[in-house]
Design a protein around this ligand. Structure first.
Ligand SMILES: [Zn+2]
Length: 187
């Protein structure tokens, strides 16, 4: 009996899964000038992270966090590879940024992300006290910084973000759309 019980709780041998083969990405990375460090520059780097996500067969969303003109975090979705529903680009970048500056308060930091943050990530942008969030594509279904709802607009919130929407919107939208279209065709 005891032996049988122990066996039931032993980890099952994991199935060896073949490496994912993402549909080939028809988009190229962007090469913004290093001399002009504006919103388009930082969003271009977030876009490049999204391309990296596609190449690993992850939903192509990328994020960077900037402080005083320097990039302190860069990430893309790793939900599939990490088997982790919280491994969104913004969550990973916020953790990286806090580690980089040794403070959970990301005051004076701007987060750039290619798609409007979901409920989880919108919450994290507020809880980390980011100064500013810039996103490319709005999300009327799940976006919580103006798309479906706006957590930042709650008068009772003890922290408010500066928000900029629509930077590099078309390329970021085209990338996400194309990924889902090709995935659907594959299936
Ligand atoms: Zn999210």
């Amino acid at each position: 009996m005891a032996a049988r019980l122990v066996k039931a709780f032993l980890p099952r041998r994991r199935m060896v899964q073949p490496a994912p083969t993402p549909p080939p990405c028809p988009f190229e990375k962007r090469f913004p000038s290093q001399l002009v460090r504006d919103d388009v520059f930082f969003m271009s780097l977030a876009y490049n992270q999204a391309i990296d996500a596609w190449r690993r067969d992850e939903v192509p969303i990328g994020c960077v966090i900037e402080r005083e003109g320097e990039i302190i975090a860069m990430a893309h979705n790793t939900v599939e590879a990490a088997h982790d529903p919280t491994a969104h680009a913004e969550m990973l970048a916020i953790t990286q940024a806090a580690a980089a500056i040794g403070d959970w308060r990301l005051e004076n930091c701007t987060l750039y992300v290619t798609k409007e943050p979901c409920p989880m990530c919108s919450g994290a942008t507020l809880m980390s006290r980011l100064q500013r969030v810039v996103y490319a594509v709005g999300d009327p279904k799940m976006g919580c910084l103006g798309g479906a709802t706006d957590l930042n607009a709650r008068p009772a919130a003890n922290h408010h973000l500066e928000l900029t929407r629509g930077v590099l919107e078309k390329p970021c939208r085209d990338l996400i759309r194309a990924y889902f279209q090709l995935k659907r065709r594959e299936e």
